[in-house]
Design a protein around this ligand. Structure first.
Ligand SMILES: Cc1ncc(COP(=O)(O)O)c(C=O)c1O
Length: 382
């Protein structure tokens, strides 16, 4: 008879044979906590530019669509109603120039869940490589680790081993740098991926937030040619429509891969709630609220950029997205500490890979009032 002293630890308890959290990196934001405490103690309060979370209201037409769909007692489907898939395909056509039908799109429960679980859902595992840009959103690495694949960073695809990479992430506009990949670079990356049979997945959640460059989708025919074989584009309404709280997003592209994901996700119950499906249709059918939100961000971006540059920062890339990628040419944690002393919290560049260790990422997703407060503090401290 087993006793407590010989019994194996429960799954999920420390010492269990395989604990998934042991495979994962330390959740980076925990490391920022002491600096947040310093910044919070500033008499003028915290100016939090450390995360790219929207702070402006959900546009009214979207709230109304959500509210009108609250009486939905039955299960929604993973694929969603055809109206939703047509709204997604229509948006992809209108905003991305993609020739795509409603059979090649799939709603997701926020794009982070897709990024984290896509390699698993596609059956990748030990021996496979998942490649992502040298400076990148940390969840690409997490997705590789969750399925036991090998995470690999790249500067250029030419550095990669085409026989091992099964999934290749691109992210334009980039988090954290705001860099935009041009058509030529995207075309070359598509050609490399197709030559090696690697699925190219393009995370395009900042596509409608170009400032000094026009972001282009991997699904645009100038980039991918006539078809979408071997390609997926990942999109999110979190940033364009202030819908981070709704978890509204989708993936689109190679119809065979989309169909496979649908099958797997049906079994997994990865369903967007019906009211959010309705809100997504309303959000994708309207561009006016996106233009309005862009204006708010443009003003915040130029005010912060000018103040940071006057203070002594150099801003690199940042031609799109919700971030300024800034450096004082010294270790990022020194900059984080210095700005925390002014009550300003930013993300250290090394959260996004060692190549970011002399940069900080400044998200201009705070209110006008908080941006103005930070500008004033930076000016006064010069
Ligand atoms: C590059 C990138 N991809 C995906 C996401 C996830 O977005 P969501 O899960 O809100 O759709 C983010 C969020 O910041 C991001 O920066």
């Amino acid at each position: 008879m087993s006793t407590n002293s010989t019994r194996a630890p429960f799954p999920g308890h420390p010492g269990a044979a395989r604990r998934v959290s042991d495979l994962l990196p330390v959740f980076p934001w925990d490391k920022l906590e002491p600096y947040k405490a310093t910044a919070l103690a500033h008499p003028g309060g915290l100016c939090d530019f450390s995360v790219g979370t929207p702070v402006d209201p959900v546009p009214e037409l979207i709230q109304k669509a959500l509210a009108a769909a609250t009486d939905t007692p039955g299960y929604p489907t993973v694929w969603g109603p055809v109206e939703l898939r047509e709204a997604i395909a229509g948006w992809l056509h209108r905003r991305c120039g993609a020739e795509i039908g409603p059979q090649a799109v799939l709603p997701t429960v926020g794009s982070k869940e897709l990024v984290a679980w896509l390699p698993t859902q596609l059956g990748l595992g030990p021996g496979d490589q998942v490649a992502y840009p040298r400076l990148a959103y940390p969840t690409y690495e997490v997705g590789a680790r969750l399925c036991g694949a090998e995470p690999v960073e790249y500067g250029s695809v030419d550095e990669l081993d085409g026989s091992r990479v099964r999934l290749l992430w691109v992210n334009s506009p980039s988090n954290p740098t705001g860099r935009v990949l041009g058509k030529d670079e995207l075309r070359r990356t598509v050609a490399w991926a197709r030559e090696h049979g690697a699925l190219l997945v393009s995370d395009e959640c900042y596509l409608e937030l170009g400032w000094s460059a026009e972001p282009v989708s991997v699904l645009h025919p100038d980039v991918c040619g006539a078809g979408h074989e071997g390609l997926l584009a990942v999109h999110s309404l979190s940033k364009r429509s202030n819908l981070a709280g709704y978890r509204a997003s989708f993936v689109a592209g190679d119809p065979v891969v989309v169909r496979e994901l649908l099958e797997v996700r049906k079994h997994g119950g990865l369903i967007v709630p019906a009211p959010v499906q309705a809100a997504t249709i309303a959000a994708l059918s309207d561009d006016a609220h996106v233009a309005e939100q862009r204006e708010r961000y443009a003003a915040r971006r130029s005010a912060l950029r000018a103040a940071l540059e006057a203070y002594g920062f150099r801003v690199e890339h940042s031609e799109a997205s919700l971030y300024l990628w800034a450096t004082q040419d010294r270790p990022c944690w020194e900059t984080v500490a210095e700005l925390a002393g002014l009550g300003i919290l930013v993300a250290p560049g090394d959260f996004y890979g060692p190549a970011g260790e002399r940069f900080v990422r400044v998200a201009f997703t705070a209110t006008d009032e908080r941006v103005a407060a930070a500008v004033e503090r930076l000016d006064a401290a010069r």
